[in-house]
Each structure stands twice: as structure tokens, then as C-alpha cells.
Design a protein around this ligand. Structure first.
Ligand code: PMP
Length: 396
């Protein structure tokens, strides 16, 4: 076979994606990412951000960031292990440990990078990882990087998990075995069955790893999925991101002090990539303080989620089985889902269509992410636009 040039590779593959309708055009937002955003000069009700508590534009976080820039400048200046660990990073990690109820925590530059860092620092080619089939891409990549054997588990299927954990344990082939799950699965808004997962983990001596990117700030009155189930002492790795409910950027692992000590000497993005900026660290710390002081934003998020769900369900839409404020409107057919989302956009609602291969064929949906920052008026308007478009396309 003759080798391909880069140009040939790119043209061939980009054309293929475009022909299949799978090339994702990126939209540029022309305003802050709040409950109302401007796109192409037009205001839209934003139901597509992960800014669950509205903290990305919160005045208290902005002030913390500005003060940090004034005092500490705009960059950390070095990787954490040389002299890039500022007091702000230490404070953030202390707060994270307090927030998650663990002995210690370590922060990274993003949630994605945190999964790449943490899994591969502990697991290797002599190990196995039981991973839910719907786990996030960063978990999948972190598992691959570790070179451990990846054993895919049917989504939230506890019989399948038990069977595969038993097989892995009894094979005697593996040094360590880990079970990894998202805390909340963001496509459907369902919650991992953590009590059962922990029971199975205890039976087969599994290391437990929960990525709570979509559960922190949302479940457990804000403290996350692990707290929601009261399992703080049972989960080895509590992973989170600072980019969703926390409103900033960064990722973290909360756990026992020894685990965090190990990650500080063995996780490569911590060792070889510069830390988050002073503004990021200070704003994220402020967000966690706000969450720990009051559940007001969390309550508003749930109220808004329930309000939107009820409104859409009453209109006759199929909203699936979400257990969190994430509200999918399941349309089914891929083409219709895309037309639906486009019509919503033309009417002033920004809610993304999610279709195969991100979700199984025939389960195309428009996903809505209400936040604490939406007002009832905004949600009412969104619901009435849904009604108009739903009738127009004969979905309701
Ligand atoms: N884990 C999960 C479960 C996620 O949904 C995401 C973000 N989509 C990430 C990790 C990555 O987080 P970040 O955006 O902070 O890199």
C-alpha cells in the first residue's frame, strides 16, 4: 500500500465526515456564557451550557479572579513541582478536600487532563479496568494510556459488572482491578448505581473511581453523587471538574492523603504542565466556598430543572428518564432531531441536537441543560417555543 500525504488524509477524511453530515461546525458565542447568549447577533435562551449554577458569570467569582490577577499576575509561571505551586493552588486543594470530605485533593488544568493523569498514574499493563460503556471520552483515553486491560461493562448493568468483576478476579491474571464510572451520565441525566457498584467493589477488591463532572454542584445538595449516597469513605478516587457547576476551569482528584501524595509524584500533567492561572484558582476556590456556605443556587437549579421537565412533559414530549436537571427531549430519527434543534434556534432557543454516534441510532435528542441562572420567564418562553416547533414538526 502506498503511503498517504497529510493533505490526502485530511481531504479524504474531512470530505467523508461532511458527506455523512458528521462534521460539526463550531458556533462562536458573542457574549458571556450566561442564561441568555448572543449568536450571530441574535439573543438566544441558552439551554446548552454546563454552567449549572450560573457561577461562570457570578460577580463574586469575577471579583476573586480580578483580585488574584492584581496580586499574583496572570500566570503560575512554572509546573507545580518546580515553583508553580502558589498559595492559591494550595488553598484550592484544601477547599476541595473539605468540599468532598476527603483527607486531601490535587488539582489539574482540566477535567479531561485529570482523567488522563490519574488513571495512568495508578494502573498499568498488569491491571484491568471495568469501565461503563457510556463513560466520558477522557476516561476512555485515560484507561488506554494506562495500558491496563479495558473491560467494557454494559451501561449501569449491575449483573454484567458483577459477572465481569468475578471473571477478572478469578482469572488471577491481574495485579489490580479498578471499576470506573461517571457519577451522572450527561446524555440522559441518569445517576450511576453507586451503592451496588461499591458492594461489588467490596466483594471483589476493586479500586473505585467516580468521575463526578456532572454530579458535583448538582447532587448531594451540591457536594456530588458520592455524598448523595453517603459513600465518601468508600470511593478511592473522587474526580471532578472545575469547569461545569464550579464555572471556571480545572479538574481534581479528592481522596486519601497517600493517594494524593502518589499523584503528586507520578501523574504526568501535574509534573510536566503548568498549573491553572491565579485567576482560575481564586475563582474556583470562591465557588466552592459559596457552595459550602449555602444551598440556594443548588435549590434553584433543581427548581428550574423540575419546572422545565414538567412544562415539556405536559406538552407531550418524551423527556426520557433523567434523574437530574439535565432534560433530554428524545425525538428519535437523526434528521428530524437536527431540524428540530435548528428550528428552536431560529425561534430563539439554543439547545443542541445529539445524535448517533454520540448516542445510539434512533435515539436522537435535543438536550437541555437548565441552570440556576434561568428565570421562570426564560423557561416559559423556551417551553412555548418548544410547543410551536413540536407542533410544526408533528412531534407533539
Ligand atoms: N469527565 C466528564 C464526565 C465530562 O463530562 C467532562 C466534560 N465534558 C470531562 C470529564 C472533562 O472536563 P473538562 O471540560 O473540565 O476538561
Amino acid at each position: 500500500m502506498s503511503s498517504q500525504t497529510l493533505d490526502q488524509f485530511l481531504t479524504e477524511n474531512l470530505n467523508q465526515l461532511r458527506d455523512q453530515g458528521l462534521y460539526n461546525e463550531i458556533e462562536t458565542v458573542e457574549s458571556a456564557n450566561g442564561p441568555i447568549i448572543t449568536l450571530n447577533g441574535k439573543k438566544q435562551i441558552n439551554l446548552s451550557s454546563n454552567n449549572y449554577l450560573g457561577l461562570a458569570t457570578d460577580e463574586r467569582l469575577k471579583k476573586a479572579a480580578i483580585d488574584a490577577v492584581e496580586e499574583w499576575g496572570v500566570g503560575a509561571g512554572a509546573v507545580r513541582t518546580i515553583n508553580g505551586t502558589l498559595k492559591l493552588h494550595d488553598k484550592l486543594e484544601e477547599k476541595l478536600a473539605e468540599f468532598k470530605g476527603t483527607e486531601a485533593a490535587i488539582s489539574y488544568q482540566s477535567g479531561f487532563n485529570c482523567n488522563m493523569a490519574a488513571i495512568s498514574a495508578v494502573m498499568d499493563k498488569n491491571d484491568a479496568i471495568l469501565s461503563d460503556e457510556l463513560n466520558h471520552a477522557s476516561i476512555i483515553d485515560g484507561c488506554r494510556l494506562s495500558k491496563a486491560k479495558i473491560i467494557r461493562v454494559n451501561h449501569s448493568d449491575m449483573d454484567d459488572l458483577r459477572k465481569k468483576a468475578k471473571e477478572a478476579k478469578e482469572s488471577g491474571q491481574f495485579n489490580k482491578i479498578m471499576v470506573i464510572t461517571d457519577g451522572v451520565f450527561s446524555m440522559d441525566g441518569d445517576i450511576a448505581k453507586l451503592p451496588e457498584i461499591i458492594e461489588i467493589a467490596e466483594e471483589f477488591d476493586l479500586i473505585t473511581y467516580v468521575d463526578d463532572a456532572h454530579g458535583s454542584g448538582v447532587l448531594g445538595k451540591g457536594a456530588g453523587t458520592v455524598k448523595h449516597f453517603g459513600l465518601q469513605d468508600k470511593v478511592d478516587f473522587q474526580i471532578g471538574t472545575l469547569s461545569k457547576a464550579i464555572g471556571v476551569i480545572g479538574g481534581y482528584v479528592a481522596g486519601k492523603k497517600e493517594l494524593i501524595d502518589w499523584l503528586k509524584v507520578r501523574s504526568r500533567p501535574f509534573l510536566f504542565s503548568t498549573a491553572v492561572t491565579p485567576a482560575d484558582a481564586a475563582a474556583a476556590t470562591k465557588a466552592i466556598e459559596i457552595l459550602m456556605e449555602s444551598t440556594e443556587l443548588n435549590e434553584r437549579l433543581w427548581e428550574n430543572g423540575d419546572y422545565l421537565k414538567k412544562g415539556l412533559k405536559n406538552l407531550g414530549f418524551n423527556i426520557g428518564h433523567s434523574e437530574t436537571p439535565i432534560t433530554p427531549v428524545i425525538i428519535g430519527d437523526e434528521k428530524t432531531t437536527q431540524v428540530f434543534s435548528k428550528r428552536l434556534y431560529e425561534e430563539g432557543v439554543y439547545a443542541k441536537s445529539i445524535v448517533f454516534p454520540t448516542v445510539p441510532k434512533g435515539t436522537g435528542r435535543v438536550r437541555n441543560m437548565p441552570t440556576a441562572a434561568h428565570t421562570k420567564e426564560m423557561l416559559d418562553e423556551a417551553i412555548s417555543i418548544y410547543e410551536k416547533v413540536g407542533k410544526e414538526l408533528s412531534i407533539i
